[in-house]
Design a protein around this ligand. Structure first.
Ligand SMILES: [Zn+2]
Length: 300
């Protein structure tokens, strides 16, 4: 009897528990879907939403990458290379029509719309009215001016023969001046891939980026209102640079330089932000109309 009552009692209580468990699981699944972005933000313990401002669509489409944005809880800033046709990339936007097609393709999508500007002559390709439509302009220092004024991509094979790097210190001084020059001469919102070095110099990164050189770059960034990207793919800049930049009042952005499906993977950027104690006020956000770099800086 005892056994049978126990058994009945177990039976009666099992079902509600099982059902509650089932309902609980279903509710949790819905909440996970609905609140994924918020949960992600909570997990990072940062007080600002995650944005990857350096996303390329090279081998993909906007509709293919949007689910990754949702899944990873990271908003994307989509960039396309922009400048003269002398710049060789799968796509290079070189005039207003091409830029407007890029903007129209992203119209109404939950992304920021940007370009990755190439070399120093990109501004002449576009009218101010077309550039005004962009949320941001990102560029980098990886294409340098050669001895005859030609553009040299520092990541290409054999670049050491085209750009004299035999004296690493002398090259670094020129490279730092190049960073300062492009920030002074171009209306940039973000300097991407910042502190990246050509392969021949990368092993000496820690000694070549002296505090004096870092200061020149961060002072230029502050002076011209250019945010410095914390690159998740290159894992750069390293912490000493970032600490000096933060002390100078630089703003930062996160970037993956990602092609499908690697966009929005920001582990290094998030880790550095936590280490530095970055807050919302330290982060780049696209300026309102009228205050974008292409609007507030009257250049070239
Ligand atoms: Zn890029």
């Amino acid at each position: 009897m005892k056994n049978s009552r126990q058994s009945a009692s177990t039976k009666q209580t099992m079902n509600p528990i099982t059902r509650r468990h089932f309902i609980g699981s279903a509710a949790a699944a819905c909440a996970t879907t609905r609140l994924r972005a918020e949960e992600k933000a909570a997990v990072t313990s940062l007080d600002f939403p995650l944005v990857d401002f350096h996303v390329h669509l090279d081998n993909s489409t906007i509709d293919a990458v949007l689910p990754l944005s949702k899944e990873r809880g990271v908003k994307f800033g989509i960039v396309e290379h922009a400048g003269t046709k002398e710049n060789k990339y799968p796509v290079v936007l070189s005039n207003d029509d091409e830029l407007r097609r890029h903007l129209a393709m992203l119209e109404g999508k939950p992304v920021f719309r940007g370009v990755q500007a190439e070399f120093t002559d990109w501004m002449g390709c576009f009218s101010p009215a077309a550039l005004d439509q962009l949320d941001f302009v990102l560029s980098d220092a990886m294409t340098i001016r050669g001895p005859k004024g030609e553009r040299i991509k520092l990541w290409e094979k054999g670049v050491e023969q085209r750009v004299d790097m035999s004296n690493k210190e002398a090259f670094m001084d020129r490279f730092v001046d190049w960073h300062v020059e492009i920030m002074a001469a171009e209306p940039l919102d973000i300097l991407g891939n910042s502190t990246w070095l050509p392969a021949a110099l990368m092993p000496d990164y820690d000694t070549l980026w002296t505090p004096a050189r870092v200061q020149k770059v961060v002072d230029a960034a502050v002076k011209h209102g250019v945010a410095l990207e914390i690159s998740a793919s290159y894992k750069l800049p390293r912490l000493p640079f970032l600490k000096q930049a933060k002390a100078a009042g630089v703003k930062f952005s996160f970037g993956s330089n990602g092609r499908y499906p690697k966009m929005g993977l920001l582990d290094y950027s998030i880790a550095m932000a936590k280490e530095l104690g970055l807050k919302r006020a330290d982060m780049f956000t696209p300026a309102p109309n009228g205050q974008k770099a292409v609007q507030r800086r009257k250049l070239g």
